[in-house]
Design a protein around this ligand. Structure first.
Ligand code: RRO
Length: 338
């Protein structure tokens, strides 16, 4: 039975049209209010790009209008330019993709000169992902970005799996994660999201530690550490040996993480991601407790996927008679209204 069988006009959920069918039984697409609030920032809709899958948005411009998305999440930027890992850096896996890019990027100077102004000129909201090797580097990046035009939020990437040592995956340790968040919060003029890793025993403990340190919200999840071996050469496929697994293969893990954190910390805003290919995939994350979602790996085979997912999500909400997106956030945790 559908969990949203309500006739609650206050909540924006119409009487259940019983419509898993294609008849648009509930309402028309145009009447669904897609506005969402992520960590205090109002976004016109809940579908964003995912960090690392579209650089700073320019590559996707032939396929979509970056301003039509909730926001563009940029590839993690570092203090200095970096060429990243040796090739091969990517490998296909069943229902997923393995990457070992190694934080390639232009560095904060070029980012501030070219990338962020490009997004701002197009009216796109930017969620800038930052990454560093030390707490001080994260703080310096936040300082450099303070007041930059077009900057909506910071995503603090404490969970890159492709760093030199696991000791640098701050998100695997509650105290290390908190240190980074606290330092960034002290410098940032915009809300701060901490990006968490699923490769931990208790993601709720890490989430709680980040929130206590001042995180305004959480991004979940980064890739899972994985590996592929070439059975002809007998060697690892990736030059970096291990890499981050993304795509539909990790979606149930990501939905589980969002669910667990929302259950434990229901007031904490979540940007959910992990293998979203369709509007229904996005809906799962919203129902689990995410206020917005990022579409990542899908753009490698369908560069307009974020706008398609947004359109599909709107249609699926309309089909279910839902007039306000915000009403489905966390709805899977609530008893059905009878
Ligand atoms: O650059 C990368 O290799 C990378 C990063 Br920063 C990250 O956060 N997650 C990932 O899968 N790859």
């Amino acid at each position: 039975m559908m969990p949203l069988a309500a006739h609650d006009h206050e909540s924006g959920i119409r009487e259940n049209p019983g419509s898993h069918t294609h008849d648009h039984g509930g309402t028309s697409d145009a009447t669904v209010d897609m506005v969402t609030t992520l960590a205090g920032t109002v976004l016109p809709n809940p579908v964003l790009t995912a960090s690392g899958c579209a650089a700073a948005g320019r590559e996707l411009a032939p396929f979509l209008d970056p301003a039509a998305l909730g926001a563009v999440v940029t590839k993690s930027v570092l203090l200095r330019p970096r060429s990243g890992r040796a090739t091969p850096r990517m490998a296909e896996t069943p229902s997923g993709m393995l990457n070992s890019i190694g934080l390639q990027g232009p560095g904060i100077d070029a980012f501030l000169e070219h990338d962020l102004p490009w997004l701002a000129a197009r009216g796109a909201r930017a969620v800038v992902s930052i990454a560093g090797g030390s707490v001080e580097e994260f703080a310096e990046l936040a300082r450099r970005l303070a007041g930059a035009p077009g900057l909506a939020l910071l995503e603090v990437n404490i969970s890159c799996p492709n760093v030199a040592s696991r000791g640098q995956v701050f998100a695997c340790d509650p105290l290390a994660a908190a240190d980074v968040v606290r330092a960034v919060k002290a410098e940032s003029g915009v809300p701060v999201l901490a990006k968490l890793s699923p490769d931990v025993t208790d993601i709720v403990a890490i989430a709680g530690s980040c929130v206590e340190a001042g995180a305004d919200g959480l991004s979940m999840i980064n890739t899972l550490l994985g590996m592929v071996i070439d059975t002809d050469t007998f060697r690892p496929v990736l030059a970096g040996v291990t890499g981050g697994l993304s795509g539909p293969a990790i979606r149930p893990v990501a939905v589980r993480c969002v669910w667990q954190v929302h259950a434990a910390l229901p007031g904490v805003p979540i940007l959910g991601m992990g293998g979203i290919l369709s509007g229904l995939d996005a809906l799962q994350f919203l129902l689990a407790g995410a206020s917005a979602v990022s579409v990542g790996t899908a753009v490698f085979h369908d560069p307009s996927a974020p706008v398609r997912v947004l359109a599909e999500l709107r249609t699926e909400l309309a089909r279910r008679g839902i007039t306000r997106l915000s009403d489905v956030v966390g709805a899977a945790h609530r008893e059905p209204h009878r």
